[in-house]
Design a protein around this ligand. Structure first.
Ligand code: ATP
Ligand code: VIB
Length: 260
């Protein structure tokens, strides 16, 4: 079975990122409508495509001047200009919409679609603008995806399952989540300066009859996992390299260090 490697190098400034830490990935950033994390500028500098989901535009407009209080707010807002604003446009403020529109940013009102979330709409755009052969190197980073309203959180996690062939990382201030598809063996390289030690493995889509891990304090060996049975929470990374193999798709979560 093919090995899929995972790293969190996107949380370190690009200049500090070692070249051979993992597969060379192309990053896209989606900003959702929750408070901008303080490491958003680092994610921004890794990304080659940046999309604001509806009210996510307000969060960058308000949040960047808050993160850099000594800098000119107008200059900051011009610098952190997205490639697209997409969504059903019920949350972006009129003056924010006007500001980005005047900068020439395309603003796509998709209010005709009340079946899919704004995150789904943004991920669809990123996939559509990435050539098929490059999709295996694509990694979509999503800020504001966790915490807050539980229906939104569940909807955001559902996007991981809907696009299970794409690397998508959901981020909050405190942790990140990604899907480990059952079709691969997984090697997770821990950058202990930015993530850990708390982690978890969660069989959210379906129970697992057999999951095996290495590198964790509480490793699993052909273990059954399910809701109502065992779910691995508050586990601890013990080694720099974690391996996971399962007969079911699993959610991997790891804490983000407070002071990177
Ligand atoms: N509290 C939250 N927790 C997690 N994700 C959120 C939260 N609020 C917004 N999001 C994410 O940001 C996206 C954009 O949110 P926004 O509020 O702009 O539009 P919306 O989806 O129409 O929300 P609402 O249901 O509040 O009208 C949402 O689709 C969701 O993915
Ligand atoms: C069963 C069901 N539940 C909720 C919605 C509502 N909804 C789901 S995604 C979305 C867009 C949010 O920007 C909205 C309004 C629906 N369509 N179907």
């Amino acid at each position: 079975m093919e090995v899929m490697k995972h790293t969190s190098t996107f949380l370190r400034p690009p200049l500090l990122t070692p070249a051979a830490d993992g597969p060379p990935l192309t990053y896209a950033l989606v900003v959702l409508n929750q408070r901008l994390p303080w490491f958003a500028p680092v994610l921004w500098s890794h990304a080659t495509l940046r999309v604001f989901a509806d009210g996510g535009a307000n969060r960058v407009y308000d949040g960047m001047p808050r993160l850099f209080p000594e800098q000119d707010p107008l200059e900051l807002r011009r610098r952190y200009k997205p490639d697209l604003i997409r969504g059903d446009m019920d949350s972006i403020r009129p003056e924010v919409k006007e500001f980005y529109s005047n900068l020439g940013v395309k603003i796509e009102d998709m209010s005709y679609d009340q079946e899919t979330t704004d995150l789904h709409k943004c991920v669809t755009f990123i996939c559509d603008s990435t050539p098929k052969m490059d999709k295996s190197n694509l990694c979509i980073l999503v800020t504001g995806a966790l915490g807050g309203r539980f229906d939104h959180e569940a909807g955001n996690i559902n996007v991981l399952y809907k696009f299970s062939n794409i690397r998508i990382v959901l981020l909050s201030d405190d942790c990140l989540i990604q899907l480990l598809p059952r079709t691969r063996c997984h090697e997770i390289h821990i950058q202990s300066s930015v993530v850990g030690p708390h982690c978890g493995l969660i069989p959210l889509g379906a129970p697992s009859a057999s999951t095996t891990t290495t590198g964790l304090q509480w490793d699993l060996t052909n273990t059954r996992m399910s809701f109502g049975g065992l779910v691995s929470t508050s586990n601890i990374v013990h080694e720099e390299r974690i391996t996971v193999r399962s007969d079911s798709d699993l959610l991997w979560t790891i804490s983000i260090k407070k002071d990177l």
